[in-house]
Design a protein around this ligand. Structure first.
Ligand code: ADP
Length: 394
């Protein structure tokens, strides 16, 4: 059973092809800077890595290119696209729908209804899903929603303090996202700790960032709320924000509500604070060179992570492990060190040497740490492939 998992960013398309009979990764690839005349793409298959720069105008063209490359006879990843049992999507949000769903008109309409709640994610997903269901109608498309893992969150952690019918009638509550990543970390950490009931705080820090409190393999709380623009600051999305700033800004700038929401979704977060830098690597380099805006962006991000870390240590009554994952969580020793600084009262001690030299999945706590600290590369695509397989076998 071959399943292709598609992971769409606002200007990127990443994919993995699995043989789900054995959970073997057959191929992986990605296309970046979609929409620009030069889109770098890569494909790894059968131990070979190929790279190229092509012009990919939109996500539909990216999906087409991916299927052409996989089915190219010289690579033999797929005999033909029709060999796929399903294409799984790490779908983000839909009005009134969560879980794992066959993509049909009802699911697409529910995703379209939340295009302005998840503006960086839902429109490209819907476009790609529509294209594929037209071009490959025989292949089932499966949407594994990022909110699914968080359906176990209690009412106390889920509700905003707003009129009750906003939640009950309109779904205005904390849905939580990054479900595939936090689910993977929950399972992998329980396995590594040999403790299924473990209390885990999963820190997915990347282009989008969130913390999740996990107990008995189940999500207890997530820093992401109603939309992917909430919680921690993201690379260009705002994170926590007071809606009463909006009328002040509308009066002061003359901008419409839509323009300000666009600023919050595209020109805020680390980018907004750091003076236009989107990537933490550039922000860290600028901060090291003395740039005050870059330094502030790092400090705000670290403070926000520590805010949720503290909240979740209380919620879980301690933790067996804190896990770092995502592009920042896996790669930035500086961020991990800043987040774990001065937490000895909680029994949290980072080993500086291990942290500085970490690569791949490994513990980074010192011998006196009561709480284990880990780096774990996440595998969201495997989770989506498993969910798609389970749906097909139902
Ligand atoms: P996404 O949420 O879009 O999937 P990733 O999890 O791939 O994003 O994380 C991407 C982010 O990780 C980049 O914006 C970059 O800031 C950060 N990153 C990647 N590598 C490093 C590194 N070596 N040091 C610091 N930050 C890094």
């Amino acid at each position: 059973m071959k399943i292709l998992v598609a992971n769409l960013g606002s200007t990127s398309f990443k994919y993995r092809l699995f043989d789900m009979t054995t959970e073997t990764l057959l191929a992986r690839g990605g296309i970046e800077r979609i929409g620009s005349p030069q889109s770098p793409c890569f494909l790894e298959c059968g131990g070979q890595r190929e790279q190229a720069v092509v012009a990919v105008c939109d996500h539909a063209a990216a999906v087409r290119l991916c299927l052409e490359q996989l089915a190219d006879p010289k690579r033999r990843c797929l005999r033909h696209p029709s060999e796929l049992s399903a294409i799984g999507f790490k779908a983000v949000h839909a009005q009134g729908i969560s879980g794992v769903q066959r993509v049909d008109d009802r699911v697409l309409a529910a995703m379209e209804a939340y295009a302005d709640v998840a503006p960086a994610h839902n429109p490209p997903y819907v476009r790609a899903m529509r294209l594929l269901s037209k071009e490959l109608p025989q292949i089932p498309l499966v949407a594994a929603f990022e909110t699914d893992f968080h359906q176990t969150i209690s009412a106390a952690q889920r509700y905003y303090a707003v009129p009750r019918e906003w939640a009950d009638r309109h779904g205005v509550c904390k849905h939580g996202f990054h479900g595939a990543s936090h689910r993977y970390i929950a399972g992998r950490a329980a396995q590594l700790l040999d403790k299924p009931e473990a209390k885990i705080i999963s820190c997915h820090l990347g282009g989008s960032s969130s913390l999740c409190a996990i107990k008995d393999g189940r999500s207890q709380a997530c820093s992401l709320g109603m939309s992917p623009q909430s919680g921690l600051p993201h690379n260009n999305r705002v994170g926590e924000f007071d809606p009463f700033a909006l009328p002040v800004l509308m009066r002061a700038t003359g901008k419409s509500l839509e323009q300000l929401l666009d600023d919050l979704a595209n020109r805020s977060g680390l980018l907004g604070l750091s003076g236009g830098r989107n990537d933490l690597r550039d922000i860290e380099a600028a901060a090291a060179a003395g740039d005050a805006d870059a330094q502030l962006a790092i400090e705000v991000f670290v403070a926000a992570v520590r805010h949720y870390l503290g909240a979740y240590l209380l919620l879980l009554n301690g933790a067996d492990a804190i896990v770092f994952t995502g592009g920042i969580g896996e790669n930035s020793a500086r961020m991990r060190q800043a987040i774990c600084a001065d937490l000895d009262w909680f029994g949290i001690h980072l080993d500086r040497l291990k942290n500085d030299n970490a690569k791949g999945e490994m513990p980074i706590h010192s011998s006196q740490s009561r709480v284990q600290l880990w780096i774990m590369p996440t595998n969201e695509e495997l989770i989506v492939a498993r969910q798609a397989k389970a749906l097909l076998e139902k």
